[in-house]
Ligand binder design. Sequence first.
Ligand code: M6R
Length: 365
Amino acid sequence: MDEKGNYDYFTIKEINEEPKTVENSLKEKENVEKIVSQLGDIERICFVACGTSYHASLVGKYLIEELIGIPTEVIIASEFAHSVNTLTKNTLSVFISQSGETADSLEALKLAKEHCKTLSIVNVANSTLANEVNYTINTFAGSEIGIAATKSYISQLICIYLFVAYLTKNNNENDGNEIFERIMNSLDNLKQFIEEILPIEEEIKEIAEKYKDVNSFFFLARGLSYPTAMEGSLKLKEISYIHAESYAGGEFRHGPIALIEKGVPVVVVIPKDKDNEMYNDYDKSLRVLKEVKSRGGDVIAIGRCDDEKLKSESTELICLNEKIDPIISPLTYVVPLQLLAFHISLAKGLDPDNPKNLTKCVAND
Ligand code: M6R
């Protein structure tokens, strides 16, 4: 039976298990390599998932399209039926799920199997999803009791990065090996980076106390960081019941910015890329951040510790080691957001493990 050990809640225990999760999920390396070598010609990839697993899938899309150029889309499982006519035998449908029993995903899988190859990335090894696909990757996060997915999200991302790394090696004749090495080296250092992030919890508690009574939060980011903003927003809604919305930084100007007024907290996920690479559009994110500030909003930035410009522009800066390669920023920048949601929930006197109206697995449609 799972115990809370020294923790009061499973959610915080599971966040603290993330370094161990990194180690466990990386054990899938060989299996992922084998699967990628067997896939054959893939012209299109179609991720199918719900909730947090949907956000992990979006990270996959950004990576695959930018690094390899295979057209990739992410479809919410409950909407998948409307896209079935686009599937061909050279499409790979990738089903991502913690439980492997989410009804919408199982329903979508039935349809996908009639048209294309199927792969699953699941945490529960003997689940229906894992058993019904052509290929399966296990995330090895171990059992997750908290309703809010935390360590399982990290484990899904690791498997996606492994998948992308081997796909890159097989598909890019020129720079494939370089990108492969870069991802693998970053994954090797990941455990240590997450261990370093966890003690930020003390700082985050203070921020949680300051913002626990607001009615609404916004989360903004661009490019590869956008799914992190979406996940931060979902975590907060789920366990603190605060209305939260996420937007791609550019899109925020097309309407939602009208809602910014004095004191509205806006979390901006903004890892600085060394040479202003494509991954997170740093300069453009900084411009949106300044617009929020000039309208009186409070900017809670998640960025690099050596980013002086960001420090001077934000109300609060939660900072992470500048040595984290931006290519793996989704694996690290989400951790402070999980901690923020957890501590806002506690500060409001709620039970983060058991949010109202939610179950761990949505097993009926
Ligand atoms: O088990 P699955 O990954 O298929 O579940 C999908 C969603 O129901 C799940 O991620 C949900 O959004 C989580 N409670 C989020 O924390």
